[in-house]
Write a protein that binds this ligand. Structure first.
Ligand code: NCD
Length: 340
């Protein structure tokens, strides 16, 4: 299947086929992460603008690394250094960046809908790297890829999500993606973080239930997604760290309620000893470091698809870079895709 994606703003509007296509496109880029030489020339001469209007470490580094491994250059705008602090509007800032002629804009912003708004005003592709509490599509994709690799499927799984669901764009993107594959969701956290509206966020027919006892929420889970307690927020009413740990922390004893091979995911940054114990974070069921490695593969695939368009039928974007067993005979026709 060949797809043309103009932007990647959210996973909600994408079909199961489109999502599968994006996951499949990430596979060859996963292989590149295992090579001693990781740099390709696929996007040589292209520029990716990274505009992070909200602080970010791993997502910004991951997109920057993905761009550089494809041979692209990056332009970086960071919130603290930006002219937004001097009163410039979001639109003026992105038009200024656009005038420097990047080929793609990756942006993060604290307001839900910001990436969508910017995409309506720019000709170049826009990738949403997290907008407020709305979506974080590349995180949803990398989580699904990690699950598919470990369990062999993303279909019909029991997915338990723990923590501050109300403010989590990661939870929303996961529900929008995995919900299209028949997964059932159990949401668990302090009542004020798991409001009743959340039961309706999936597509019609997606099963989402709220459970307030963590032991019950973990029963029979195939996947446990642990969210960070967003300590930078002023929670009202507040909950003390001790209460959170007592009530909702994922520890080994609680994890035993889930299926024996259940996966533990966390988008990071992780607060050990708060939402998750070190033994679970470092245990055999934890996927946190695979998530980080897969993040680069997913972001390479997204940048490649949005900047170059889908590969021609039969052609492989990585041609020369892949070991011969993974090449098809027609792959070698475009030398611009060869590794440096
Ligand atoms: C998440 C985010 O920023 O939405 N982190 C990330 O992208 N790796 C989750 C979080 O900050 O808690």
């Amino acid at each position: 299947m060949t797809q043309r994606f103009r932007d990647l703003l959210a996973l909600e509007p994408l079909s199961a086929d489109e999502l599968t296509f994006l996951l499949d496109q990430s596979k060859p880029f996963q292989e590149i992460q295992r090579h001693p030489l990781k740099k390709l020339a696929t996007l040589r001469g292209k520029t990716v603008a990274l505009a992070f209007f909200e602080n970010s470490t791993r997502t910004r580094i991951s997109f920057g690394t993905a761009a550089s491994r494809l041979g692209a250059d990056t332009m970086n705008l960071q919130a603290e250094a930006s002219s937004l602090k001097k009163g410039e509007s979001l639109l003026d800032t992105v038009h200024t960046l656009d005038a420097m002629k990047p080929d793609c804009l990756v942006m993060r912003h604290a307001s839900s809908g910001a990436a969508d708004f910017v995409a309506q005003h720019l000709e170049i592709p826009v990738i949403n790297a997290g907008d407020g509490t709305h979506e974080h599509p590349s995180q949803g994709l990398l989580d699904a890829l990690t699950i598919r690799d470990r369990l062999g499927t993303i279909e019909n799984l029991n997915v338990t999500i723990l923590g501050d669901l109300q403010h989590s764009r990661v939870a929303r993107s996961n529900i929008h993606l995995l919900g299209k594959f028949g997964c059932k969701f159990t949401l668990c956290g302090p009542a004020m973080w798991v409001p009743p509206e959340l039961e309706k966020i999936g597509a019609p027919g997606v099963s989402i239930r709220r459970v307030f006892r963590i032991e019950e929420a973990l029963e029979g889970a195939d996947v446990v997604l642990v969210l960070r307690v967003q300590t930078e927020r002023q929670y009202e009413p507040s909950i003390s760290a001790e209460d959170y740990v007592l009530g909702y922390q994922l520890n080994s004893e609680r994890l035993r309620r889930a299926k024996p091979n259940a996966l533990v995911l966390h988008p990071g940054p992780m607060n050990r000893g708060n939402e998750i114990t070190p033994e679970v974070a470092d245990g055999p069921q934890s996927c946190v470091l695979e998530q980080v490695t897969n993040g680069i593969a997913v972001r390479m695939a997204l940048l490649f698809l949005l900047i170059s368009g889908p590969p021609e039928e039969g052609a492989h974007p990585l041609a020369e870079a892949l070991p011969a067993k993974n090449r098809r005979s027609t792959d070698q026709k475009d030398p611009s895709h060869a590794a440096r």
